[in-house]
Design a protein around this ligand. Structure first.
Ligand SMILES: [Zn+2]
Length: 345
């Protein structure tokens, strides 16, 4: 079978298509999935370039998000059958610690991500325990299904659990054109919030409207916070959804209402941010970090998709053999939504 292999850190030329033995079930709790589609996340770029403090033995099979069809089922697995269409749940965890037993798998001390802490899903066939798969929503194509898991779990955990966004509140979504941003706009609407979104281009702004934002601003223009306050009778946003980092942080903080919650899952433009502590305590604001989500978050996202409340936005589809071009597209020419890989032959 064919696999994508990262053979050296750095540019996309370190990614190659290689032949490898088709895997066999290593225990009877696993299923064998034929991968039809996969999607790229910014995590794939970080791993390719090399993450400080994280040693990834090379060669490494990348990929966290995918969808496919079950071809073989271990004898202990009762809930799945060959032929079932599935999406991959990218989180890995021990399943035994107090966090795992309480349904907070993403807090597990051994929590990892397929394609980062272990071999990923960019392979023709992959063996996984059954908690790493879920039923593909009937409403989604294989390409859309592969776009869902990591970004949706992350956004849902941020809005529902961490920021506890409520009906009638105002949500400001930075970078609505990204994978997590485009999910957050739809989830904000689903949770009954008024969604103000930002996009760095006219195309992304149009997309944000089509996903359900009631107002859309350009975060590249100055004084974003002033414009948010004009739209909210001077109050600001109850929840700010951040993942851009350094470039937008000062305005994101200024746009936050009294009692507001800023929740962040990333820093694509840099990790250094300043906080005015006087503003923070006077305004009783909260800054919340978040990453990935629990199994319950994953299943709730599938439920949202089945209700057509969540439709992943696809930017462009590449074939697996174009993995280098797909990485370059996400890195340099990315417009909006998710970059998909499909078709091994
Ligand atoms: Zn655990």
């Amino acid at each position: 079978m064919k696999v994508v292999q990262l053979t050296r850190h750095g540019a996309s030329s370190g990614l190659e298509i290689m032949e490898q033995e088709k895997p066999i079930l290593s225990n009877q709790d696993q299923v064998l999935v034929e991968i039809r589609t996969a999607s790229l996340n910014h995590l794939d770029l970080w791993i390719r370039r090399g993450l400080p403090g994280l040693h990834i033995p090379l060669p490494h099979i990348p990929g966290s998000d995918a969808a496919g069809v079950i071809v073989e089922v271990g004898s202990n697995v009762k809930e799945w059958r060959a032929g079932d269409e599935v999406v991959i749940q990218p989180g890995t965890f021990c399943g035994k610690c107090p966090y795992c037993l309480a349904g907070k798998e993403d807090r597990c001390a051994s929590y990892g991500i397929l394609g980062e802490t272990e071999a990923g899903v960019m392979q023709e066939f992959v063996c996984l325990p059954s908690h790493n798969i879920g039923p593909k929503p009937q409403t989604l194509s294989f390409a859309e299904a592969a776009a869902l898991p990591l970004a949706a779990m992350t956004s849902w955990n941020m809005l529902k659990n961490r920021a506890q966004l409520k009906q009638g509140e105002t949500l400001l979504v930075l970078g609505a054109g990204s994978g997590v941003g485009s999910m957050a706009v739809q989830m904000g609407r689903y949770l009954g919030a008024r969604v103000i979104a930002t996009g760095g281009s006219e195309e992304k702004q149009k997309l944000a409207f089509s996903l359900g934002a009631s107002e859309v601003l350009n975060h590249r223009e100055p004084d974003l916070s002033k414009r948010v306050k004009q739209l909210t009778e001077g109050r600001g946003a109850d929840v700010v959804f951040e993942h851009i980092g350094e470039a937008t942080w000062p305005e994101s903080m200024k746009a936050l209402a009294v009692g507001g919650r800023l929740v962040t899952c990333g820093a694509t433009t840099g990790v250094r941010a300043e906080i005015n502590l006087r503003h923070l305590f006077y305004k009783r604001q909260s800054i919340l970090g978040s990453t990935m989500g629990s199994l319950a978050d994953f299943y709730e996202c599938l439920h949202l998709a089945n209700q057509k409340a969540l439709i992943p936005v696809i930017d462009r589809v590449f074939r697996f053999e174009q993995i280098q071009a797909a990485h370059d597209h996400l890195e340099f020419d990315h417009s909006f939504g998710k970059v998909i890989l499909e078709g091994w032959n």
